[in-house]
Structures are given as structure tokens and as C-alpha cells.
Ligand binder design. Sequence first.
Ligand code: URA
Ligand code: SF4
Length: 287
Amino acid sequence: MTAATTFYWLMRAREADVILHAMTERRRKRILRQHVQTDRLLGVDAVPLGEPVAPVPTAAGSASRSSTVASAVRSNAAPLLATVAEPLPRLDREGKLRVLEAMRLEEVQNCRKCELCRGRLNTVFGEGDVDASILFIGEGPGQNEDEQGRPFVGRAGELLDKMIAAMGLKREQVYIANIVKCRPPNNRAPTPIEVETCWPYLYRQIATIRPKVIVTLGGPAAKAVVGTSEGITRLRGTWHSYVLGPGEEPIPVMPTFHPAYVLRNYTPEVRGKVWSDLQQVMKLVGL
Ligand code: URA
Ligand code: SF4
């Protein structure tokens, strides 16, 4: 090797070193910024780093996805609620908007299929980006949501907005829906029969939007989507999945605490757990 080529390679090595250093520095700064932001937004005093992060599936279906997910994800092997047998169409943005708007106006708005229709002021269909990677699913409308006809607009909604912001997203970039579209009286949990009666709407929302990941908020939403009787304390923080139908790729599901629960139990531990769950979601969708 001549002195010139040696010099050339030395310089390249130095360049690579500088680039590598800059990259890790950027990454370090990004993580730090994220932590500081969350401290501010979610009021997390200590960001948990200890919780194991499950191997996460890649967005597109692949062999490695099935194997990594299979070990870490518990699927809805015993779904509480039915899926359809025929293949589901994949729609473009226009198609999704059309389908969802028709369902909202022609079906949900006038729905009287269960008792919850009696006490409502408005149905709360759900809202957000129809092409969103993340679908948040709550329990059901509260008083504010019932009055405004929009999901998560009260105090719990404020916290959900902060959670979304801490993930580096805007509310308009995700989709937010509930397992029942009408307010249960006195904010009680919806009954199993109400959940089952309303389920086809949520099912069609999931099938239309086809999110990369579903985040369920609170016990009832987790139970409805994952199809288990396990409590939220045991469900949260680990990957589950939801399968739309035969031949469909499982959609990863991350159950976490309901923001209303977080507000009632505003401890560093509870907030840290929610943040840890959201971090797993961020990792999966590449945020
Ligand atoms: N709680 C929910 O579960 N859903 C809402 O839309 C609002 C509060
Ligand atoms: Fe219909 Fe669902 Fe409202 Fe019951 S909760 S009336 S099923 S929209």
C-alpha cells in the first residue's frame, strides 16, 4: 500500500468514525429529548428502562415477524367477538373515508340496537386519520364526549392528547375510537351484551383502517379486543394480537391503562408503566 492509499483509508476510517459518533450523539440527544418531553408532558418523574421490550414485528408480514411475534405475543385465540369469514377488501384513503362516513351517518348515528341508545345525546363514532398507524381504543363516551359527539375530549382526553404528543405525534395523526359508541349511564362500564352488540362497528373500523398497531385503553377495551378475562394489570405491557379473519396478518395489540385510571392514580409508577407501554408501540411503528 502506498502512502497515499494508506492516508486515503485512514481518512475514510476517520470519516466513518465521525459519522458514527454523530449518529450515536443524535440518537442519544433524541432519547434524552424524548425523556425530558415526557417528564413535562406526562409528568413522569422516572422513566422506566427496566421493563423488557418484546421483540417487535416489522410492519410488513414476513417469516421473521411470525416467529418473533409468536414467542412474544399472545393472540386472541379465544376471541370474544366474531370475525368475518370472507376476505376483507383493502381500501385506499378515499375508499376508507367513504366507508367510515357512510357507517357513521347511515348506521351508527341512528343506531338503537342496544339499551345505551336511550340515554345518549350523541353517538361518538370515533375520529382521526383513516390511514393512521396507531388505533387507540377506549371504553365508551363519557359526559363530555356524549355532549360533543367526539371521543376523548374531557379530562381523560387531555391526558390522552399528552400521551400522543409524548410519542411525537399529533392527535390528528392517530385514530381514536371506543368499544361502544353511546354513553353508558353514570359512566358505568358497558355490559358484555352492549359490547357485543356494538362490536361490529368497531370491527369494521379496524378492518377499514387496518392500523399497524392497536393500543387499548383500560380493562374493558383490552378484554373486548384481546378476548380474555385477564385483568388489565396483567395484560398491559405485553404484546397481544388481533386477527381480523382467516388469512389475515395479526395486528399487534398493546393494552395499557385507561387515562382516567392514570388520573385517579397519578403516581410515578403508573405513569411510568403507561410510558413504557407507549415506548414499545413507538418502537414497533418506528417512531
Ligand atoms: N373515556 C373513554 O373510554 N372514551 C372516551 O371517548 C372518553 C373517555
Ligand atoms: Fe348502537 Fe352501539 Fe349505541 Fe348500542 S352503543 S345503540 S349498539 S351504537
